[in-house]
Design a protein around this ligand. Structure first.
Ligand SMILES: NS(=O)(=O)c1c(F)c(F)c(SCCc2ccc(C(=O)O)cc2)c(F)c1NC1CCCCCCC1
Ligand SMILES: [Zn+2]
Length: 259
């Protein structure tokens, strides 16, 4: 895998010196102040198609030093949701905290940070590739759901979590048999927040149509701990608290599909 720039979550203030978009005015993540969101009837239910992948189809699972990335086939498409055109899946990855007291979601809701967050990254069908779409306005649509600690093991997440020990080191890769990727998201896809923002990592392109689900996903405490304690990035450092600091709204409005 190409060596991405030397940036880390420890040198966030320096990101803008190498990646100028990171000091733009439409950055992510943000705090969602539920008292200030506006309902929009245009925000129809999301439609996921092709997410139920047959087991014979294998997906690459990569430790890229910043998160765990699951590569997704572009036949998985996202439509509805008030999107101007359909989007095609590219990858999903996770953000998490460090140990029992430090949660690691990227977005917060009314100042509350959740244990973790899943991002399913899609690119607009107007473009040939993720790389081309990533720098174009409206090029990306990311579905975000919060991970919370619950009482039960979340079996769909085991497809990813049980393989983390095989990719402990940066650059390591393994294969995951196809499964229904929609099961990694909440059951209720109709209630979500929507705003325009950016990638939460360099190059911070301001090209992301964000959808943040209202309903959370529950994983067991052990599953969250596996996520927090297994992967290592640069110099054997554990990958922990891989979330960006909250960014200003700068006058942007956050919409909701529900009242
Ligand atoms: N929350 S997010 O969507 O902004 C995001 C992060 F916060 C991320 F932290 C990441 S991982 C860090 C960026 C990266 C590094 C290496 C490689 C590789 O070796 O292929 C790929 C990406 C990460 F991959 C993503 N998503 C990527 C952003 C970088 C590439 C542009 C388009 C895909 C979305
Ligand atoms: Zn992300």
């Amino acid at each position: 895998r190409h060596k991405d720039h030397h940036w880390s979550y420890q040198d966030m203030p320096e990101w803008a010196s190498e990646f100028p978009h990171c000091e733009g005015r439409m950055q992510s993540p943000i705090n969602i102040d539920t008292a200030a969101v506006s309902f929009s009837a245009k925000l129809e239910p999301l439609v996921l198609s092709g997410y139920d992948l047959p087991p014979k189809e294998t997906l690459p699972l990569v430790n890229n030093g910043h998160t765990v990335l699951l590569g997704l086939p572009k036949k998985m498409t996202l439509s509805g949701g008030g999107f101007p055109q359909p989007y095609q899946a590219a990858q999903l990855h996770l953000h998490w905290g460090s140990g029992h007291s430090q949660p690691g979601s990227e977005h917060t809701v009314d100042g509350h940070r959740y244990a973790g967050e899943i991002h399913v990254v899609h690119y607009s069908s107007r473009f040939e590739s993720l790389q081309e779409a990533a720098s174009e306005p409206g090029g990306l649509a990311v579905l975000a759901a919060f991970l919370q600690v619950g009482m039960e093991t979340n079996e769909p997440y085991q497809h990813i979590l049980k393989q983390l020990r095989d990719i402990k080191e940066e650059g390591e890769e393994t294969a995951v048999a196809g499964f229904d990727v929609a099961k990694l998201l909440p059951d209720d896809l109709d209630r979500y927040f929507r705003y325009n923002g950016s990638l939460t990592t360099p190059p911070c392109y301001q090209t992301v149509n964000w959808t943040v689900f209202n309903q959370t996903v529950r994983l067991s405490r052990e599953q969250i701990s596996v996520l927090e304690e297994t992967l290592h990035g640069d110099e054997e450092e554990p990958i922990q608290s891989n979330f960006r600091l909250l960014q200003n709204l700068n006058g942007r409005s956050v919409l909701s599909s529900f009242q």
